[in-house]
Design a protein around this ligand. Structure first.
Ligand SMILES: NC(=O)c1ccc[n+]([C@@H]2O[C@H](COP(=O)([O-])OP(=O)(O)OC[C@H]3O[C@@H](n4cnc5c(N)ncnc54)[C@H](O)[C@@H]3O)[C@@H](O)[C@H]2O)c1
Length: 268
C-alpha cells in the first residue's frame, strides 16, 4: 500500500470494478487509504467481500457487490445499489477485464469474441454512461478511469481478442473524454505493462508450472530483449498510484489520455 498519509479523497465516493483481486483491489485500497468511501464489485463475490473486509479494517465505508461486467442487468443493479447506499459517485474505475489465453487465430470463435468485448469494452461504456448521466444531473466534476493495457497500443503478446479490446477501450476513452468535457468530467485510461497479479497464474495452471512462472518468463525475456527497461515486474500498487493521481486535483487538466505504467515497456 502507498502509505502516503495524504487524504485527497475524503468525502468522495469511488466505484471500482474487478476489485476482488490484483490491480482492482490495490486501487480500491489506495482510495480508501486516502479517505474515500469505496464501492467494490466483482464477478467473484467471495473475493470482493474480502476486499471490502480489508477496507472496513482501514476504518472506511464500503459496499461489496457481485456484478458480471458482461451483463447489462448486473450493471444496472450495481449502479442502483451504489446510489442507494452512497447517494452519489465521484469516481468510477473500469478495471474488470478478461483475456483470451493466447488462443490461435483459428481457435477464436464468435462466443469468445462477444464475451471478451462485453466485459472489456461494452460493460465499461454502459457503466460510464449510467454514472455520467448521474454526475451530469448532480453537477459532479467526476473522473472516469479505464484500465486498458500496453497491449492495446503495441501487440507484443499476439493475442487477437484481448489486445484489440484494449485498443477499443483506449478509443472509447477518447470519445467519452470529448463528449464529457463540457460537464467537467475527465476520462483517462491507464495502460499497465507486466504486472504481477493472479491474471498471469492462469497460464501457470494451463502449462502445469509453479505459480509465478509465466510472468517471470515474460519479464525475463522482456528485460533480455531490452524492451522492459526496469528490471522487475510491476506491482498492483504501481497502477493504483497512477489512478489516484489522475483522479486528484493535480490532474484536473488531463483528459482523453492513455498513460503507460509499464517500466518503460511502451513509449507511446
Ligand atoms: N496484470 C497485468 O499484467 C495487466 C496488464 C495489462 C492490463 N491489465 C488489466 O488490468 C485489469 C485487472 O487485471 P489484474 O491483473 O488485476 O487481474 P486479476 O485476475 O487479478 O483481476 C481481475 C479481476 O476482474 C474480475 N473479473 C473478471 N471478469 C469479470 C467480469 N465479467 N465482471 C466483473 N469482474 C470480472 C476477476 O474476478 C478478478 O477479480 C484487467 O482489465 C486487465 O486486463 C493487467
Amino acid at each position: 500500500m502507498g502509505n502516503t498519509g495524504m487524504q485527497r479523497f475524503q468525502g468522495k465516493v469511488v466505484l471500482v470494478t474487478g476489485a476482488g483481486s490484483g490491480i482492482g483491489r490495490a486501487i480500491a485500497c489506495r482510495f480508501a487509504e486516502e479517505g474515500a468511501a469505496v464501492a467494490v464489485s466483482d464477478i467473484d463475490q467471495p473475493q470482493v467481500s474480502e476486499t471490502a473486509a480489508i477496507i472496513r479494517q482501514m476504518g472506511r465505508t464500503t459496499l461489496d457487490i457481485g456484478c458480471d461486467m458482461g451483463n447489462d442487468d448486473d450493471i444496472a443493479q450495481m449502479v442502483d445499489a451504489v446510489l442507494a447506499t452512497f447517494d452519489h459517485v465521484d469516481i468510477v474505475v473500469n478495471n474488470a477485464g478478461t483475456g483470451d489465453s493466447n488462443k490461435s487465430f483459428d481457435e477464436v470463435d464468435s462466443a469468445l469474441w462477444d464475451r471478451i468485448y462485453a466485459i472489456n469494452v461494452k460493460g465499461p461504456f454502459f457503466l460510464t454512461q449510467r454514472i455520467a448521466r448521474h454526475m451530469i444531473e448532480k453537477k459532479i466534476a467526476g473522473r472516469v478511469i479505464n484500465i486498458a493495457s500496453t497491449e492495446g497500443k503495441t501487440n507484443r503478446g499476439g493475442t487477437i481478442v484481448y489486445a484489440s479490446s484494449k485498443s477499443a477501450l483506449i478509443g472509447l476513452t477518447q470519445g467519452l473524454a470529448f463528449q464529457l468535457a463540457p460537464y467537467d468530467i475527465t476520462v483517462n485510461a491507464v495502460c499497465p505493462g507486466l504486472i504481477d497479479t493472479p491474471i498471469w497464474h492462469k497460464g501457470d495452471k494451463m502449462m502445469d508450472m509453479p505459480q509465478g512462472s509465466t510472468i517471470k518468463m515474460v519479464v525475463d525475456a522482456s528485460i533480455e530483449s531490452m524492451q522492459l527497461k526496469m528490471s522487475r515486474a510491476g506491482r498492483p500498487e504501481d497502477i493504483a498510484g497512477a489512478v489516484v493521481f489522475l483522479c486528484s486535483d493535480d490532474a484536473s487538466y488531463m483528459t482523453g489520455q492513455a498513460i503507460n505504467v509499464c517500466g518503460g515497456l511502451e513509449y507511446h
